[in-house]
Each structure stands twice: as C-alpha cells, then as structure tokens.
Design a protein around this ligand. Structure first.
Ligand code: HEC
Length: 275
C-alpha cells in the first residue's frame, strides 16, 4: 500500500473500493465460466422430456441442405432440365481430351450445354431448359417478383422491360428489350443487330427467338450466370426469387401485348384471379 501514501484519505478509500470490486467481479467471472462448462446436455439418442416426441436428437429440418449436396443438378437451381445437366457431365470430364477448336459446327453444338442446343421455335429440338415454373405461381409470388424486378432489374431494363432504364440512360450497354415492339412513347430507337426484343443469346447460335418465346429456364439462367454485359445475380437474389422475377417478366410481356405461350398465359391468368 506504499503507493497509496501519496493519495488523500478520501481517494485512498475510493481506490480500495475499486480494487475490492474488481476482485469480486473476477472471482464471479471465474465461477460463471465453470458453470458454463458444466451445463446439462443430452447424449445422442437419449430420451428428453423437453420435446413432445421425447427425442433429444432432433430430426433434420425440412429443406436443410447438406453442404456437399450437388444442388447444381437440380433444375430449380440451374434452369436446365436434369437430363441436360447430366449430359454436361459427359463432356465436362471426357474420357479423352477433346480439341474443341478442331470440331466442326454441329459437333460443337452437340458438345455444348444449354442455349446452343436449344431452339424454342422448333418443337423437335431437345428439351434443354425448364419450360414451366418449378412451383405454383400465385398472386403473392407475382407481387414478390414485381418488387424484386423493380429492385434489381428495372435500373437497367426499365420498369416496363424495354431495356431503357436509368443506367442505360447514363451510357451502359443497351439491355435486350423483353418486347418486340416499342412499349413507351418516349422509347428511343436503339440500333440492335438482332432486332428489337430478340434474344441475343439465341442469335449467337443462329436462332431468332423473341424474348416472349424463350423458355423461363433460359431467363433464369441469364439472371443466375449473367450474360454478356449483364452481371450475374445469383449472389444477390435467391433462386426462389429469381423464378418469381421470371414470372413477373412474363406478366410485363403479357401486359404489353406480348405473345407468351398459352400454358404460361393460363397459369398467369389463374394467378391473377387468386386474391
Ligand atoms: C447493370 C445492368 C443490368 C441489370 C441490373 C440487369 N440486366 Fe439484364 N441485361 C443487361 C444487358 C446490358 C443485357 C444485354 C447483354 C449483352 O448484350 O451483352 C441484358 C440482357 C438480359 C437478358 C437477355 C439475354 C438475351 O438472350 O438477349 C435477360 C433475360 C435479362 N437481361 C434479364 C435480367 C433480369 C431478370 C434482371 C434482374 C434480375 C437483369 N437482367 C438485370 C443489363 C442488366
């Protein structure tokens, strides 16, 4: 206590109290740590009163995904049919290395996955993309799609989907319009080698496909992986919302007199009627 000799009597008392309080807190902390290490616990498969089914080991929650699960094979996560994705494995790990550069055009298409192999205008073409929504689309889903579209897509594609959003106004590459005709009196004529509302992805492979005829799985794939100047949105938008955005794009197309397939029209009509 020699250091305290220079401290006034009142302050000395204060210092002693502080030391006392600190010692108390430390010892309480130590006690607490011991109790935490010694909590009650259940052994695997032991009986437990706490849960109504009496099981201490809880069943796995519905929808839990194992971290090694190959989710990418699921059409809901790829937009591709399962057959198409499985096919891709044959080519991803070929038995002998293939010199893709040396292949002719039909061989290249045969080895490709997705858009190159698909022509939505040809009924005999292989079914490469998911062509129906993987869960029921009701009004709540469309509302969510509209909201997410407005958050993530409208900045570039415009609220009506004509590709003339604010970011394009500021000089970004012109996004593909979802309509084959002008839908806004203020719409600027943009020179576009593919033509207004024609999918650029499919024209790369020689198919002229209007955006209202591309399968929903294709739009899903574009949002998931990005396309050309468009970034991927898989990190920002969960798969379920991506599908809802696709459904909302169909609504935009229909609302502007687009020519969506009768099955999708029926589905959306039904969703619109459900309150
Ligand atoms: C940063 C701007 C930007 C945003 C945000 C954006 N896109 Fe795009 N999108 C583009 C551009 C640019 C293209 C055309 C790319 C090209 O031609 O290289 C495009 C093309 C597309 C295409 C057509 C591909 C084709 O075959 O022509 C679809 C479908 C599409 N976007 C959907 C969406 C959806 C859905 C969202 C919201 C989740 C979205 N985009 C958000 C810029 C954007």
């Amino acid at each position: 206590m020699s250091a305290l000799r220079y401290v006034s009597r009142a302050n000395r008392r204060r210092v002693l109290w502080a030391v006392y309080a600190a010692t108390l807190a430390l010892s309480a902390g130590a006690g607490c740590r011991q109790r935490m290490a010694d909590q009650p616990y259940y052994r695997p498969l032991e009986h437990a009163e706490f849960f109504p089914d009496g099981r201490a080991s809880r069943p796995i929650e519905r929808g839990t995904i194992h971290r090694a699960q190959r989710l990418e094979t699921d059409p809901i996560a790829t937009g591709l049919t399962r057959e198409e994705w499985e096919r891709s494995y044959e080519y991803a790990v070929p038995p002998t290395k293939v010199d893709v550069g040396a292949l002719n055009e039909p061989e290249k298409i045969l080895r490709a996955v997705g858009a190159p192999r698909y022509n939505p205008l040809d009924p005999a073409a292989p079914k490469v993309y998911v062509n129906e929504f993987p869960f029921p689309i009701d009004q709540a889903a469309l509302k969510r799609g509209q909201e997410r579209y407005t958050v993530f897509c409208a900045v570039c594609h415009g609220p009506l989907g004509n590709g003339q959003g604010k970011i394009w106004e500021r000089g970004y590459l012109n996004p593909t319009s979802f309509h084959t005709h002008k839908v806004d009196p203020k719409e600027v004529t943009v020179s576009n080698p593919q033509g207004l509302g024609i999918s650029r992805g499919f024209s790369l492979w020689g198919h002229t496909v209007p955006m209202d005829r591309v399968p929903p799985g294709y739009i899903f794939e574009v949002v998931t992986k990005g396309y050309g100047g468009m970034p991927s949105y898989s990190a920002q938008i969960p798969a379920a919302d991506r599908w809802k955005i696709v459904a909302y794009i169909r609504v935009l197309q229909m609302s502007q007199g687009g020519n969506v397939s009768p099955e999708i029209k029926k589905l959306l009509d039904a969703a619109g009627g459900k309150q």
